[in-house]
Write a protein that binds this ligand. Sequence first.
Ligand code: ADP
Ligand code: MG
Length: 151
Amino acid sequence: MKEKIYETFSPGQTHALGKKIGEDAAAGMVCTLTGDLGAGKTVFTQGVAEGLGIKEPVSSPTFTIVQIYEEGRMPFYHFDVYRIADIAEMDEIGYEDYFYGNGLCMIEWAGLIAELLPKHRCDIRIEKNPEKGSDYRKITIRESGEAGDVS
Ligand code: ADP
Ligand code: MG
């Protein structure tokens, strides 16, 4: 297990960190993305997309479980499983093709599908700290976490 902690002090810095992750991403990587509303998950994800070379705007996949972007150097699969009622819905969309495919998966609310997550993955957590100002974020990136670690 490898864990790195970053601190950002503006949306731009969080975007830049995401961009670096996108630039460095290996095909088949699965990342979970955790953080409260307004933490910066979308800002981070937009950076990742840019790092992959995706030009089209990336937002939260509100009405679909997975949003697919094919124009970058590898496919980008942006999951938001918040609205999933039954884990069988993941089978219906054929999640294994994405989780064990050749793209980069970014999964929001991954704790809801913990049993489906590959053990080899990267868990990204974004946290605020009011004592450090409204623009402060702590971003923890942990590689190869065990399923069940995400909340
Ligand atoms: P989420 O997708 O987690 O709900 P968003 O990315 O949509 O959050 O929103 C994050 C909000 O916080 C944006 O309005 C952004 O401008 C602001 N913000 C302030 N400081 C930061 C920072 N260091 N990193 C990311 N976002 C920040
Ligand atoms: Mg969001």
